[in-house]
Structures are given as structure tokens and as C-alpha cells.
Design a binder for this molecule. Structure first.
Ligand code: ADP
Length: 468
């Protein structure tokens, strides 16, 4: 893939070179044919011998480059870890550097073994080409020309140098031509990879129906008997999930790690389609909607959100800065209590004055992003995991205040936040095992109640310990 772009330009250059060589060749061949057609044999034959070799060499180079890719990537991965800031703490405080240097050494060793393995074949191919050129073109044509000067007396010394140089030039140009043509085929191998990617058909297809968000009042989201696995032979990550969410409801998804909560959200956002069952928006299959307009329904905050090395404003709008929204951005920055100017860069990558935010502040920026959009549904995956308890409390207050008319679907491990939900879905191994409001689920004395009491005990124990 890395090479594809360059290879397209290479093909254009090759076409120009082929044109030049063909013109030179036609002129030289005409001269040789007039002087002595026998000489044509000496210039053309060796090239015919080396043509198949040239094709073998090109395929061989392609195979070699592919074999080197994985270890080259590993070497680059280790290099990247040594210069990226995110890894600096681990490198200082742990022995991960040992693992990295082992991997680096192993990959460099593999690379040099591969070079050695391919080196022999490369040498043989090079030797055969030189042999052809030296023996047939130079020595045999030398002998033939000298014989014609000294014995047959057909040529003069002057003819010798002109004809010898013509034979060598024909050979060189033909050889070049023969190398260039297989190179087009060879470049095609790289371009094939590129085209395969470009022609990759997205499995998530677009439908024709547009959603007019401004006109939305009542709506519903529904999952009917949805099952999903990431790979055909992998385990089922969601199993027969049924869910119905109405406009304005606050829905909590809870469950242990790996239960399938994030996957469910990914299906809602149509990052994937389910293997069986369907999802509906307003009673219509979500596949019928235009993908962009469907996704515009959702403002999202994921656990692995990214902060970009651009201004706070661009990071919140997730679009170009624009004065029209400056006031809104300022307001939201005040609300989340992150004291940066909308124009402050949020990293020092391109700006020495840039501001480096803490984990909790970064998470607040991610939440601001979702809040500033006009999307009717908010999806929050562990929105307060990096916040201290007071910030979390405040965040929940204004989140629910600002989102009071919106539908909110949030994943949370802290069951203190789920108290505010209209409905809680407890997932286990990809299945919904309990549904209800906080008080309904507590009264059921099931797994949710158990989880809640365990978390509550932790706080109470801590408090008792303090009191003691
Ligand atoms: P949760 O959000 O409840 O912690 P997830 O939905 O992230 O759980 O993951 C559910 C299961 O799906 C886990 O077993 C996880 O390993 C698997 N999984 C998640 N993402 C992928 C992926 N992209 N490819 C393959 N398996 C995945």
C-alpha cells in the first residue's frame, strides 16, 4: 500500500522511457541491417535469453518486499514507542523496554536472514544477465568483427568502432525495453493491492430515506432479536437482544467487561450490521436510511475518544473554527469548567503555547463535543470514568439538565449514575438478563441488586473505616 502511489508515477515514467528506447532502437537497427544483418543476432539474442529472467526477478522482488513488510512494521512500531509521549511513563517505570529491544533485535535478525536468503538468488540472476552481455554481445561480436577485418577484409577499422558501438547500443536499449515492460507488470502487482482497497465495498450499505432532524418529535429506536459476532468463526457477542427506546428516555447499559455493551452501541450507530435480527428507527429498518443522516441522530462520547492537536474550538465543534459558534463554545467551556480559550491549541505538537489537558479535562472536552451538537440522541460510553467524584456529580447534573429533552443511552460501571435512568438493561455474555428501573431491579434481588449492593458496601466500608 505504501508503494502504490509511487508505483503509479513509475508506470508513467516507464511509458516515456519505452517511447525513447523504441525510437533509438529503430534507428540503430536500420543502420546495422544496412551494414551487416548478421550483427543483429549478437545484439538481439542475449536479450531474448534474459527476458524470462527479468520477469522472474520482478516477481521475486515483489515477493521479497512482501516478506520484509511484517518485520519492517515491527521495527517501526518499536521506534514509534520510543518517541511517542504516551509510552514515556511505562518506559521509565517498567521493564517493557526489555520486551521492545527483544522484539526489535528479533525483527532485525529476521530482516537480515531474509536479505541473506534472497541475496543468493539475486546474485544468480545478476550474474546471468552480465554473462549474457559480456560473452555474447562483447566477446562474440568482437571476434566476428575482427575476423571480418583481418581475414575477410570486409570492414575497415573505422567500421569496427561504429558497428561495435551500434551493437552495444541496440543491446542496451533492447535490454532496457525488456526490463521496462515487466516492470509495468510488476508495478501492477502493487497497484492491484491499492485497487483492491479502493474497490472494497462497504458491507454497511446506504439507504435512500433522509432523516430531517429538525422535524423530529416522536421517534423510537428498536432492536428485534439481534445477534452478532465479529468474525464468522468467532463467538456470538450479542445474542437475541430485544430493546425499545422512546424519544427522551434515559437508558443505562450495565454489565461486566466484555458483556457486549459497546458492541450494542456500535450496531446502533451502524458501524456493523447484525448477523440476524434487525434494528428499526421509527418503525423502519435502519438500513433504509441514508447513513449520514442516520448517524447525525447521534452525539457520541466513546471511552477511547481522541483529542486532536488543533484548537479547543475545533476539538469541540469537530469541524472548522467558525465565529458563529464561538459564543456557544465559550459557554460550554465555562459549563464544563475547563479554563481554556477557544483558540488555544490542545497540545504542544504544533504550538509551544499549547495546553496539555489532564485525563479528566480531556474527557470533559469529549462530552462537550457531544453536547454542542444538535443530535437528538446522546450515546455515552463510560462518560465519567476519568472524573473525580465531585466532577462526576456536577457532570451528571448538567448532562441530564442539558440533555433533558434528548434520548440518552449511557454505559456505566458506576451504578450511582444508573439511579437516574428511566430503564436499565443488564447484559451478561451478550444477553439481556435483567431490565427495569433502578428501584424495580433492586426489588427483584437479582444480579443488578447484587452488583449495586457490592458497590455500595465498598463506599460504606470506606466510610466506616474512616469513622473508626
Ligand atoms: P463491553 O463494552 O461490555 O465491555 P464489548 O462490546 O466491548 O464489551 O466486547 C464484547 C466482546 O466482543 C468481548 O469479548 C470483546 O473481546 C469482543 N470484541 C470487541 N470488539 C471486538 C472487535 N473489534 N473484534 C473482535 N472482537 C471484539
Amino acid at each position: 500500500m505504501d508503494s502504490a502511489e509511487k508505483k503509479v508515477l513509475d508506470v508513467l515514467n516507464i511509458l516515456v522511457s519505452i517511447g525513447t528506447s523504441v525510437i533509438v532502437l529503430i534507428s540503430l537497427l536500420a543502420i546495422i541491417t544496412v551494414m551487416d544483418p548478421v550483427l543483429l543476432v549478437f545484439s538481439v539474442m542475449p536479450v531474448l535469453f534474459s527476458l524470462p529472467l527479468s520477469m522472474i526477478r520482478n516477481n521475486f522482488n515483489y515477493k521479497m518486499e512482501n516478506d520484509l513488510v511484517l518485520d519492517n512494521r515491527k521495527v517501526n512500531y518499536v521506534k514509534k514507542i520510543y518517541y511517542e509521549k504516551n509510552y514515556a511513563k511505562d518506559l521509565r517505570m517498567t521493564k517493557i523496554g526489555n520486551v521492545l529491544s527483544d522484539r526489535f533485535r528479533q525483527s532485525v535478525e529476521n530482516l537480515s536472514n531474509l536479505q541473506r536468503k534472497y541475496g543468493k538468488k539475486k546474485w544468480f540472476l545478476g550474474f546471468w544477465e552480465t554473462f549474457n552481455q559480456l560473452i555474447i554481445v562483447i566477446y562474440v561480436s568482437y571476434v566476428y568483427l575482427i575476423y571480418n577485418i583481418l581475414v575477410v577484409r570486409k570492414f575497415s577499422i573505422g567500421d569496427f568502432s561504429a558497428m561495435f558501438s551500434a551493437v552495444r547500443n541496440v543491446d542496451m536499449n533492447l535490454r532496457r525495453l525488456m526490463q521496462l515492460i515487466p516492470q509495468i507488470q510488476n508495478n501492477g502487482l502493487y497497484i492491484d493491492n491499492f485497487l483492491m482497497l479502493m474497490n472494497y465495498e462497504n458491507k454497511v450499505t446506504d439507504g435512500p430515506v433522509e432523516i430531517k432532524i429538525d422535524a423530529l418529535k416522536e421517534y423510537s429506536l428498536e432492536l428485534k432479536n439481534v445477534s452478532f459476532r465479529y468474525s464468522p468463526n468467532g463467538e456470538e457477542v450479542l445474542r437475541n437482544v430485544d430493546m425499545r427506546i422512546k424519544a427522551g428516555e434515559k437508558i443505562a447499559l450495565v454489565g461486566h467487561n466484555g458483556a457486549g455493551k459497546t458492541t450494542l452501541v456500535k450496531l446502533l450507530l451502524r458501524f456493523y450490521d447484525p448477523d440476524s435480527g434487525e434494528l428499526y428507527f421509527n418503525g423502519k429498518n435502519i438500513k433504509d436510511y441514508n447513513l449520514e443522516s442516520y448517524r447525525n441522530l447521534f452525539g457520541t462520547v466513546f471511552q477511547d475518544f481522541q483529542i486532536y492537536s488543533f484548537s479547543a474550538m475545533e476539538n469541540i465543534l469537530m469541524d472548522r473554527s467558525c465565529d458563529e459558534y464561538r459564543k456557544d463554545v465559550k459557554e460550554i467551556l465555562e459549563l464544563i469548567k475547563v479554563s481554556v480559550d477557544p483558540d488555544n491549541a490542545l497540545s504542544k505538537e504544533f504550538d509551544k503555547e499549547g495546553i496539555v489537558l489532564s485525563g479528566g479535562q480531556s474527557q470533559k472536552i469529549a462530552i462537550a463535543r457531544a453536547l454542542i451538537q444538535d443530535s437528538p440522541v446522546l450515546i455515552l460510553d463510560e462518560p465519567s470514568s476519568s472524573l473525580d467524584p465531585i466532577s462526576e456529580y456536577e457532570m451528571n447534573q448538567y448532562l441530564f439538565e442539558l440533555a433533558k429533552d434528548k434520548t440518552v443511552i449511557f454505559i456505566s460501571h458506576r451504578l450511582s449514575t444508573t439511579v437516574m435512568a428511566d430503564r436499565i438493561y443488564l447484559l451478561e455474555n451478550g444477553e439481556i438478563i435483567e431490565v427495569g428501573s433502578h428501584s424495580e431491579l433492586l426489588n427483584r434481588y437479582g444480579k443488578y441488586a447484587d452488583m449495586f449492593h457490592k458497590q455500595a458496601e465498598k463506599y460504606i466500608d470506606n466510610r466506616n473505616a474512616k469513622d473508626d
